[in-house]
Design a protein. Sequence first.
Length: 402
Amino acid sequence: MPECYIYDAVRTPRGKGKTGGGLHTVAPIELARTVLDATRERNGLPEDLVDDVIMGCVEPVKEQGGDIARIAVLVSGLGQAVPGVQINRFCASGLEATNMAASKIMAGAADLTIGGGVESMSRVPMGSSRGPWATDPQIAARTRFVPQGISADLVATLYGYSRQDCDAFAVLSQERAAKAWQEGRFARSVVPVTDMNGITVLQNDEHMRPGTSAASLARLKPSFKMLGESYGFNAVALQKYPQLESITHVHHAGNSSGIVDGAAAILLGSREMGERLGLTPRARIKTFASIGSEPTIMLTGPSDAAEKALARAGMCAADIDLWEINEAFSAVVLRFMEALDLDTSNVNVNGGAIAMGHPLGATGAMILGTLLDELERQDKQTGLAALCVGAGMGTATIIERV
């Protein structure tokens, strides 16, 4: 089977996902175009050479509708002969898109592809597509649907993570992200977003709160308590998990992922294509996996996906040098580390979505690029990126430097 190599990884900064955010004035198609053009320019890609562009987008409606990947290709310099397709695996969409793009290389069906994702949460808010899982009462009842924040608090309650545990992890994420930016660890991958006149709109992640402390987080009220108690979602979750007497609400804005805008792209190709273009491979895609998990608790899938990918590669957790786990909520990462017997020393060493934000469709590709940069910075070999996914799923990818 042909091997698939990573030749480049780029992303935009993450802008606050609200009206006053740094990227709110930038249409999502322009965010996608930015990373595609940066990939083309940085690697000297000839027009019409890329075999496919696959981009994740969780709310593919309004400005993000109509196959945003293809339209982004058309407004970029990649060439009209390059096709594009949008996919949606909720929060893992950017990583799943990259895995699909890699699959084409590994199957011998393509020589050069781009995987990635885009999400403008300030312009197309979360939930805009109004899927039946959350909006159709019959479907919601049959699947015991609860909002994701209730699932996060359910994870914390079931596995015994206190408010203090979750807040402590959030503080660590903020501290690590601030240090990473101060030391220029993202400089290779982050490309500034500019307006039509070439003036920079945003060049740094703007969601971070470097002064965050345990004391400041302790003052925040739980975000999902009213949903659970007043709207009945706690009762729904307890029907599925009757071993619990109640759900303790520990998550809030400070220990949950931030709502932001952004885009990312990963350039993938065969060794032969890389040699033809004079590109040096940075890593190879070793393997990947996606799994389904129980949908009410929803957020425990990353460890199962990681274990499936590890087994497929003939590896164990001890073989992984660095881990990138999407910080959807503190309890998600705490559970992942407990399930795989990890500590924080090699997990999300540059912070994560709690500090920098989670632009839904783009995050998976973003954390894969961060993982690659950090493997190179520390001169280490293997890394695993994973995300929890709405409706109970998980996706994981293992890469290996070459």
